[in-house]
Design a protein around this ligand. Structure first.
Ligand SMILES: NC(=O)c1ccc[n+]([C@@H]2O[C@H](COP(=O)([O-])OP(=O)(O)OC[C@H]3O[C@@H](n4cnc5c(N)ncnc54)[C@H](O)[C@@H]3O)[C@@H](O)[C@H]2O)c1
Ligand SMILES: O=C(O)C(=O)C[C@@H](O)[C@H](O)[C@H](O)COP(=O)(O)O
Ligand SMILES: [Zn+2]
Length: 355
């Protein structure tokens, strides 16, 4: 099947009847193919029965379960899954179905890209974060210890099926995590989205779909302009220079936090840098910092970790000429890329979020 970019409107299904849409899609495009579902043990426990019994095309599908959580986004699990695909004699004509959150679509997309030099895959994102961000845009990969997404490829799913019904079983922390990436889309690209999101209710999933659609449209537009992150796509990394360092550090110290919660605090610190660099006004900084402090649980980190966090940032993918390069914002709704920040200001920003 032709690899449609996820910037093509038809490449993403939105709705609450995704099982019917998936059945139709599989019958039309993958009737003769073997189907393998990759999922994590938590999503398996909650949703797999409903999923496979409502989609006749999946009657004979093989299911591969990996342990839930970011620690599974690693090379050891890649090798285990690839060994299982080989045991099942999966060929290039077959289809991998990533059914889960961003951990599953990141590792699953990566495996699909490298197994036998590439097989087709589709994403069925079951978290808010993966619906608004991780399942679209073609970034896939795994972590290398504390270094987030250090190994990976750009590769697009054949189709993404977004069904907000899955959010009904999502823990509140995971809703907050996805909301952070939505706020990011507003901060870097659309003041209107930022304002609308003030009406989004993280405790109630009914009514979420229009907000999800708006957020996805922003990401799609940016990815369409710059699919391989040479330029404007770097704006999607707002909050991630500091946020990824926090997430990676806590992951290897066995206190993992949700990606979006690390990114929320990363955005807080990076908005502080933008304010101190005269890019944001005082009232914009106060608005952003108020919202993040109000919603997100504080980090369990202290200033003794500053140097380690900076070391992790020195491996950020956006760096150039040995310098840490930030994406900042120069007003609410506009990202500004490739900003080099004095070390003292990075330390000051870390002080704002560490206890
Ligand atoms: N590729 C990209 O563009 C991109 C963008 C953003 C984030 N990411 C990556 O995505 C990952 C984070 O994704 P995530 O937040 O979805 O995390 P996740 O996949 O780890 O899911 C979070 C938790 O929710 C559980 N879960 C999933 N669906 C559920 C449901 N419907 N009901 C109940 N529980 C459910 C999972 O088992 C897990 O425990 C990170 O690795 C991050 O780096 C990638
Ligand atoms: O799609 C993008 O581009 C992003 O940067 C989206 C981010 O939210 C996401 O966390 C992504 O995985 C980060 O990529 P990385 O290149 O910083 O590892
Ligand atoms: Zn992210």
């Amino acid at each position: 099947m032709k690899n449609e970019m996820q910037t093509d409107k038809n490449a993403i299904y939105f709705g609450t009847e995704s099982n019917e849409a998936i059945q139709e899609f599989l019958e039309k495009n993958y009737k003769q193919s073997k189907k393998i579902i990759l999922t994590d043990d938590k999503v398996f426990g909650i949703w797999i029965e409903n999923f496979i019994t409502s989609i006749p095309a999946l009657n004979d599908a093989e299911i591969i379960q990996i342990p839930e959580g970011e620690a599974s986004k690693c090379m050891e699990i890649v090798v285990q899954v690839i060994e299982t695909l080989s045991d099942y004699k999966i060929s290039r004509a077959d289809l991998l179905i990533n059914f889960g959150g961003g951990m599953v679509s990141d590792i699953g997309g990566f495996i699909a890209a490298i197994y036998k030099r590439g097989i087709d895959f589709i994403n069925i994102p079951t978290t808010l974060l993966s619906q608004v961000d991780a399942s679209i845009g073609g970034k896939t990969g795994i972590d290398l210890g504390p270094l987030k997404n250090q190994i990976g490829v750009f590769t697009n799913a054949q189709k993404v099926f977004i069904n907000s019904g899955y959010l009904s079983t999502l823990p509140h922390e995971a809703m907050l995590s996805g909301y952070a990436e939505m706020l990011k889309h507003g901060l870097i690209y659309s003041k209107r989205h930022w304002e609308e999101l003030k009406k989004f209710n993280c405790t109630k999933t009914e009514g979420a779909l229009p907000f999800i659609k708006d957020s996805v449209e922003i990401k799609q537009e940016i990815v369409r302009l710059d699919p391989l992150e040479q330029n404007i796509r770097k704006s999607l990394n707002f909050g991630h220079t500091i946020g990824h360092a926090i997430e990676g550090f806590l992951l290897v110290n066995e206190q993992p936090i949700q990606h979006g919660i690390a990114i929320a605090w990363g955005m807080y610190a990076e908005a502080f840098i933008a304010y101190k660099s005269n890019l944001l006004t005082k009232s914009e900084w106060e608005e952003i910092s108020y919202i993040i402090t109000d919603i997100y649980p504080p980090l369990n980190l202290d200033s003794s970790q500053q140097a380690t966090l900076i070391k992790l940032m020195e491996n950020d993918k956006k760096n150039k000429n040995g310098k840490i390069q930030f994406t900042l914002i120069n007003t609410i709704g506009k990202g500004i890329i490739e900003q080099v920040v004095p070390r003292e200001l990075i330390l000051e920003a870390l002080d704002e979020i560490l206890n």
